[in-house]
Design a protein around this ligand. Structure first.
Ligand code: SF4
Length: 763
């Protein structure tokens, strides 16, 4: 009979109570079946099983079908996800979902001498609203119509908004962004996925995930002085490397956990994406309780407290691997450049700079982002800035502050922190991703010029922040970034070195301090949320738009085998989803399938001429681009297939890599092996992913052969199909190929796509 706890402050008619009751029921079944102590991650994952009685539960081996509580999407990835959802014909989403306008807002930094417009964010936001109007209007109207909460540009970054409003201990969420795990700071199992998964869950289908392994990180001791939660994840990234968390949930436990603020736990989970982890999670504790209360969710805090046995690991739970960290012995960490797992302790950083000849002069310091823009982060950074101001000095280099949300911005403005940042020479950018995702209009450095910057962000791959591959980006805590920005020199060690004040006297920075939560409560700032209004709005997409295009349903299977298809390209070697659908300048077409299809397979190596984006049109005999030839075949009604090598489609899970070939007329993708997610994405779009039963048969195929696939009229799970090839001279060959379709997926194939099947009630 606990008090009703709404899912969020803006969703008052769905309740966490119901979710907890469902978790409890499922866990009772799972406990009986497994009969062993469970980790916290397992409790949350198995507490969301679609069929707890019958699903095969083996960590790292079996695939689970799960029922997430909600979906979150950022504006770059939401476009295609929403377009697909619209084409499903469903009236509203089956689970609470939200869209967040954060990725399309550019941040401008003016040179040091031209800083009169301190509120860079105001102008940047205005500019973004104009340039992206069409996309925002579409997402806002579609959100309203289909029951999706819409957070307007300026509201903040998806992960901060989720933490402030939607995350709850024990919940499960998927998000179309890699740093979705941020919500693990509030004990949520929050996983970054591709748009196709989001569409499934919004349409009411279960979500499939390989049962994650669980890596335990045992924290003891206590953070002190210059140490912050960022140092924990920077250290863990150094230990596990960028691939070390693959297929696993990283679960934190031990007495050290209680010494970290809830938002600090969010920082750690956020950057867990940098080690490839499925997600990262912290158990529920007093710090999570306090954060829920401070963000207006006291009923949720009390409910979680009553449910706490299910919100932490059982005594004796076993992990697949355990890492121990004593926080009292941890040094501040600085990671980079070019990879987030290259960890350096502060005391050794200066030496590493010299040894590697990395530029020691700092050119910019950037704090905030979804990773590190909590009230505590801002307070600690401001406490460093105040010391500089007291000594009459300012930041020596451009220094930017990206608040993670309007609530954070308004609160730090009210509490005088923005004033401090401005006075120290900082520029407050919009509440958005900005320079973290390359949306940085940086004027003072030329492309190709080697330089160093330091950020409190999470990723630092080459060219990520400013498009300049020669920029050496280092990642650390906001308080250290602030200290470095004031020093202007990366060899500065605030724990040992001194700065020179305006009066010529030496000053030594004291270790930063800051409140975990605002004493006067959060100021929500401007209202930036738009609630759904199902059915009350029209969704308009301009037919002449270059950025958005409504999707037409793909054609259903014609009931026949594939006969004499051309080979568009026989790919040699690695072919990731980046080779199939490049990012970079193509990002702006993510909502326009026809336009983005002009990048289809342009990065793949043609085995015939060892060139990229050059294939022979077998109708005309001329060489042309891959999409150009595909379009010609499509116009002439000629079917085509792709032949590929090992692990075809690895990398990002973007669904465009499957949508584009389907759109341009592909029938089958025949390869030595698939990356699993891409294989599923191809099936979802009604394509036929098949693999050589004997990989050596790859060599039998010539680039100009005609390919038939036999056996589709008797398509059954587990039953191989047959490829019959015909050489240009008329010679034929044949070999078996495997397919991994289940009954459901065969329905997708027959209907033309998973969405079509869903519309027919057969998904
Ligand atoms: Fe991704 Fe950076 Fe935006 Fe966070 S701030 S969501 S890491 S782009």
């Amino acid at each position: 009979n606990a008090e009703k706890a709404p899912m969020s402050r803006v969703e008052l008619d769905t309740f966490i109570n119901d979710r907890y009751a469902a978790i409890e029921d499922r866990l009772q079944v799972v406990r009986k079946r497994l009969n062993r102590p469970l980790t916290y991650a397992e409790k949350v994952v198995y507490g969301h099983l679609d069929d707890p009685e019958n699903e095969d539960i083996r960590r790292g081996i079996s695939y689970l079908r799960l029922r997430p509580d909600r979906v979150a999407m950022q504006d770059a990835t939401a476009q295609m996800a929403v377009l697909q959802f619209i084409s499903s014909g469903l009236p509203t989403t089956a689970v609470p979902s939200t869209i967040h306008c954060d990725h399309l807002i550019e941040g401008t930094t003016a040179p040091q001498t031209d800083r009169e417009n301190q509120f860079g964010g105001v102008a940047d936001l205005k500019h973004a609203i104009t340039t992206n109007k069409e996309v925002y209007d579409f997402l806002s109207s579609a959100g309203a119509k289909y029951g999706i909460g819409f957070w307007r540009p300026g509201s903040g970054i998806i992960h901060q908004i989720v933490l402030e409003n939607y995350a709850f201990p024990g919940g499960m969420m998927i998000g179309t962004d890699s740093h979705t795990p941020n919500a693990g700071g509030l004990g949520m199992c929050a996983v970054g996925v591709g748009g196709a998964d989001a569409v499934d869950v919004m349409a009411g289908l279960p979500w499939e995930l390989k049962a994650p392994k669980v890596i335990g990180v045992k924290l003891t001791g206590k953070l002190a002085k210059w140490n912050s939660p960022k140092d924990i994840i920077c250290k863990v990234a150094g230990i596990l490397t960028v691939k070390g968390g693959t297929g696993a949930i990283v679960e934190y436990f031990g007495s050290g956990v209680d010494t970290i603020s809830c938002t600090g736990m969010g920082t750690i989970c956020n950057m867990g994406a940098e080690i490839g982890a499925t997600t990262s999670m912290f158990p529920f504790n007093k710090r999570s309780y306090d954060y829920l209360v401070a963000t207006g969710r006291e009923p949720a805090a009390k409910l979680a407290d009553a449910f706490r046995e299910n919100l932490r690991a059982d005594e004796g739970a076993e992990y697949d691997q355990v890492i121990e960290l004593n926080l009292s012995e941890l040094e501040p960490q600085i990671n980079g450049p070019f990879t987030p797992d290259l960890a350096h302790s502060l005391s050794e950083f200066g030496e590493a700079l010299k040894t590697n000849k990395w530029p020691t002069e700092l050119k910019a310091g950037l704090i905030g982002s979804c990773t590190n823009s909590s009230y505590e982060d801002m307070q600690r950074a401001a406490s460093v800035a105040r010391q500089a101001l007291a000594a009459g000095i300012k930041a020596k280099v451009p220094f930017t502050i990206t608040p993670g949300s309007e609530q954070i911005r308004a609160t730090i403005e009210r509490d005088g922190l923005i004033d401090v940042f401005n006075k120290v020479g900082g520029t407050v950018l919009a509440n958005a991703c900005g320079p973290c995702i390359g949306q940085w209009k940086r004027t003072e450095i030329k492309k190709g010029e080697a330089n160093s910057i330091i950020t409190s962000y999470n990723r630092n791959f080459a060219a990520r922040n400013d498009g300049n591959p020669a920029t050496h980006a280092f990642v650390t805590s906001p308080e250290l970034v602030t200290a470095f920005a004031i020093a202007g020199d990366l060899t500065f060690n605030p724990e040992k070195d001194t700065l020179v004040g305006a009066d010529g006297k030496e000053i030594k920075l004291e270790a930063p301090t800051g409140d975990e939560l605002p004493a006067k409560g959060f100021d929500p700032g401007e209202e930036t949320y738009q609630a759904p209004a199902p059915g009350q709005v029209d969704v308009n997409v301009d037919p002449d738009s270059s950025r958005l295009q409504l999707l037409e349903p793909f054609k259903a299977w014609d009931g026949k085998d594939i006969e004499g298809a051309h080979i568009l390209i026989k790919v040699k070697g690695k072919c990731t989803t980046d080779h199939i659908s490049m990012a970079g300048p193509w990002l702006k077409y993510r909502g326009h399938l026809d336009n983005i299809s002009n990048n289809m397979l342009i990065g793949a190596l043609n085995s015939e001429n060892e060139e990229v984006n050059s294939v022979k049109n077998q109708e005309t005999g001329e060489y042309d681009t891959v999409p150009g030839v595909a379009r010609d075949y499509k116009a002439k009604g000629i079917e085509w297939v792709v032949v590929g090598d090992e692990n075809y489609g690895e990398g990002s899970s973007r669904e465009h890599a499957a949508l584009e070939p389907r759109h341009l007329g592909a029938r089958a993708i025949l390869v030595k092996s698939f990356a699993r997610i891409h294989e599923t994405n191809l099936k979802k779009q009604g394509l036929l992913p098949i693999t050589f039963a004997d990989p050596a048969d790859y060599d039998k195929i010539g680039p100009f052969d005609r390919i038939s696939v036999k056996g589709l009229t008797d398509f059954q799970p587990g039953k191989p199909l047959t490829v019959v090839g015909k050489k240009p001279d008329g010679e034929t060959y044949e070999f078996p190929v495997n397919q991994t379709f289940n009954d459901n997926q065969i329905n997708w194939f027959k209907a033309g796509s998973a969405l079509n099947a869903m519309g027919q009630g057969k998904a």
